[in-house]
Design a binder for this molecule. Sequence first.
Ligand code: ADP
Ligand code: MG
Length: 495
Amino acid sequence: MSVTASTPAVRTFCITRSAKMVSRPRVVMAVGSNTISGASILTKLQKDCATPLPVLRHVADAMADDMRAGLAVEGGSELQMILSYVDALPTGNEKGLFYALDLGGTNFRVLRVQLGGKEERVISTEFEQVSIPPELMFGTSEELFDFIASVLAKFALKEGGKFHLQQGRTREIGFTFSFPVKQTSIDSGILIKWTKGFAVSGTAGKDVVACLNGAMKRQKLDMRVSALVNDTVGTLAGARYWDNDVMVAVILGTGTNACYVERVDAIPKFQDPSSTSGRTIVNTEWGAFSNGLPLTEFDREMDAESINPREQIFEKTISGMYLGEIVRRVLLRMAEAAHLFGHSVPEKLLMPFSLRTPDICAMQQDTSKDLEEVGSILYDVAGVNSSTNARKIVIDVCDTIAKRGGRLAGAGIVGILQKMEYDSKGLIFGKRTVVAMDGGLYEHYPQYRRYLQEAVTELLGPEISRNIVIEHSKDGSGIGAALLAATNSKYEHDF
Ligand code: ADP
Ligand code: MG
């Protein structure tokens, strides 16, 4: 049985902007400004973060090896290679009314969709987003699930004429639950622990589907959960509905994860292969990968001060939660050792996570001669007045960290594709294969996206990479969960 950490551990990493300050002197006097320049710190950073082809190749090969080791035996690798129990993917023929519920943080989403089969596809869809009242994050399991079920019940009441449930059926739900779960079947999983600020009593050790089913019963809501999935798996299913060539899904948001379609006979640790299709989705939990990554002193310090030191190293190098923080650490060093922003170190710059990935992304979009936008972000975030020269150095630092992240993410994707190709001989590289991407980092950071694509092309060469389509599948995970409720419906399929 596998242990599902459906959410990257990063999301439990909860230092807020206003939280702990590092104890450093505010004014640096010991280091002469002539001895170290911002430019020399930048040069060393660029060298340490470099991802030439041999480094990318090593990362891709090591990713493929780690995947194999994780499939061989439980605990055989840093990658958990978790079985999702999803072995039937949407085909486009699904018909009927299905619901989805997405709980993964302080907001949750409910969604309904009317599916009309190959011809009509998605006839109608509606969703609502609700924030969880903070007191429920510290209450009892019943209180939380009762609240969720009551929102779902209200939402179900507003169904209206566009949606039709076939007679004699109960409404079915796909439940996307992004907390660490030990999945036991497609529609059951035991909560290991709450993360992300939730401290709800009485859920750990219980089947979260049973908790939800119980609450729905108390609400007299006649619905049942047909599929319990994580967000990566939901994204793959959602994208696959539109495109039969989708084989891999990658989330690059606050954290990162990837899943892919695996052959059951390539999973030695899977003792009881009940899959009828011979294929199943494997959730890699690739954020835990670490082999051969080009890391700097800034990464090591950030990791050491994190709540999960030595864990999730790939995630800490490539995902949205960390890129801004790495840049902040570099800029702090430049401020202290090279007086990049004058003779005192800006106080705000001392605060962990004060510079966020959307900030570094926004700075990189500034193409003006004087880099005014960079100046104003630095002023707002770090409280400094900067020279044009300092701003140019800041942009180069942002670019260095985004470039390393994007290229390593690309190498990870090639690692997954290589593993699949090796086992299937030509079925991946010899035909069109789609990688469905989602997450705020991938969606909003154009330079990161470009670096990722470039690395994939460099690694695969022009010919093979023409067959590999890396595609944004926006918010596919919600509809993906509803589709998985359809493919795993308890009723006889009329599709
Ligand atoms: P989550 O991963 O928390 O489920 P998202 O997929 O929406 O949520 O991703 C949010 C993350 O995406 C943010 O934490 C941030 O790191 C990153 N992000 C959001 N907006 C931008 C942006 N404009 N530029 C770069 N990164 C962004
Ligand atoms: Mg998400």
